[in-house]
Design a protein around this ligand. Structure first.
Ligand code: ZN
Length: 451
């Protein structure tokens, strides 16, 4: 449940009082619990920047928020979503098999009926869902094979319209394969000319391994020409022979793209033999490859040919993290032909990954929170001013939980979502009242987990 925020604006006389004292703090968040910090602090914001973090700020803010000891963190990021396909589930038909291939077939059937207005409307609605739940940095793929590049055009327009509120990066994404479908190279380059921020690719979807390598080489040539980072759908299959990620890493090293290349999905890695996986992870670390895992889609789409036993479909999240590879979590689908559910909650994605990637160890909970915040910011290349620190941009969220563990367990509301010191979204906490025997009380499911 969301509502417009209005209750904490101070009266005009209070503002005048602050003015008369010669010092205005635009916003103060009081009793904030920051990550990796034991005691509560007040956070003062002026002109969109954090100007002070202290146990107690004496000045009054023109706007004051009481975080009440709840977790205040940098905003969530979604480094992998398809905003051109969101909220389209059932149009023109539902995915009956639940497979990736039927999802792609349905998307192909839908493309001729797409309009820019429809893409914009659905994407905007999904962005609102993500913003309401604390996500302010989004990387969306835009299928260049949508007719006449309307997906790219629609999402670039939205990016411009929302530039003061949400950071959006648009990836030129060749869903049908740069060489498996007509005019792939031409459409990719046109998307870059239009202003796409990132070069995509899909080597495992090309007809042959050789074409898959060409797909990657072309992505690098475009990235060099337009000076853009790269984010490739890479080895999104259960086929243990799909090894394009090694080519991606080699090209990153050879062409000096270390730290500017992301491999999305990389699910085949789940099924690689352990000797090969060990060697590969070393190469990924050396190449500075960011790996983006997508818990919702990967959980339901991968290893569909297994029968039983049924392997999990995720990349090797814990092994990658242990060897120093940056791993981030994407939402990927929100009610589309590939995944019919979802609500744009990065906390829910982290919660799912905890289960499917065996990441319930105490220290791993904190890693999961990193994967929807700081790891994603690094993947997006926006880590510079991302952390809550004096002098940085005041992009903050107040989560209705006392710790990362409690946040990932309860999937609570984002009470306040703040962008450059301005409140963008608020959500009222749910209230549960229980009457047992002679007592009636409100419960909030909180147990004060630490970390
Ligand atoms: Zn994707």
């Amino acid at each position: 449940m969301t509502r417009r925020w209005s209750m904490s604006f101070k009266s005009c006389s209070a503002e005048l009082d602050v003015l008369l004292r010669g010092f205005i703090v635009d916003l103060i968040i009081r009793r904030a619990r920051l990550r990796h910090r034991e005691n509560l602090v007040d956070v003062g914001v002026k002109s969109g920047r954090i100007i002070t973090i202290a146990p107690s700020v004496a000045e009054k803010g023109a706007v004051e928020i009481d975080a009440g000891g709840n977790l205040v963190s940098p905003p969530f990021c979604d480094p992998h979503v398809h905003l051109d396909a969101v909220l389209s589930v059932g149009d023109p038909r539902y995915n009956q098999s639940g497979t990736l291939l039927e999802g792609i077939a349905i998307w192909s059937e839908r493309k001729p009926t797409l309009t820019k207005e429809l893409i914009r409307a659905n994407a905007l609605e999904a962005i609102k869902w993500e913003v309401a739940q604390g996500c302010l940095k989004i990387r969306t793929h835009a299928d260049v094979f949508a007719p006449e590049l309307i997906a790219v055009e629609a999402l670039l327009e939205l990016k411009g319209d929302l530039k003061d509120e949400v950071d959006i990066q648009v990836v030129a994404f060749p869903q049908d394969g740069i060489y498996a479908a007509p005019h792939g190279e031409k459409l990719m380059e046109e998307a870059l000319r239009m202003g796409a921020d990132v070069v995509g690719g899909i080597p495992h979807n090309e007809l042959t391994r050789e074409d898959g390598i060409r797909d990657l080489e072309y992505a690098f040539s475009l990235a060099e020409k337009y000076e853009k980072p790269i984010d490739v759908h890479c080895d999104e299959t259960g086929d243990e022979q799909s090894r394009f990620i090694e080519v991606l890493a080699k090209l990153a090293i050879e062409r000096g793209f270390e730290g500017r290349v992301a491999a999305s999905h990389a699910t085949a890695m789940h099924n690689y033999n352990n000797d090969y996986a060990f060697k590969l992870i070393g190469i990924l670390q050396r190449a500075g490859i960011h790996v983006i895992t997508n818990p919702f889609d990967n959980a339901v789409l991968q290893n569909r040919f297994d029968g039983y036993p049924r392997r999990r479909g995720h990349t090797r999240v814990d092994e990658l993290l242990a060897r120093g590879v940056n791993v981030a979590i994407g939402h990927d689908s929100i009610m589309d032909p590939w995944y019919p559910l979802g609500r744009g909650s990065m906390l829910q994605a982290a919660n799912l990954l905890l289960h499917t990637a065996h990441m319930s160890g105490y220290a791993q909970i904190s890693q999961l929170y990193d994967m929807i915040t700081v790891n994603s910011a690094r993947t997006l290349g926006v880590a510079g001013e991302y952390q809550i620190a004096e002098g940085n941009t005041a992009d903050l969220i107040v989560v209705n939980a006392s710790s990362e563990m409690e946040a990932i367990r309860l999937l609570p509301e984002c009470l306040w979502v703040i962008r450059r010191g301005k409140v963008l979204a608020t959500t009222s906490p749910a209230r549960s009242r229980v009457e047992l025997g002679d007592t009636a009380e409100d419960i909030d499911f909180k147990r004060g987990e630490t970390q």
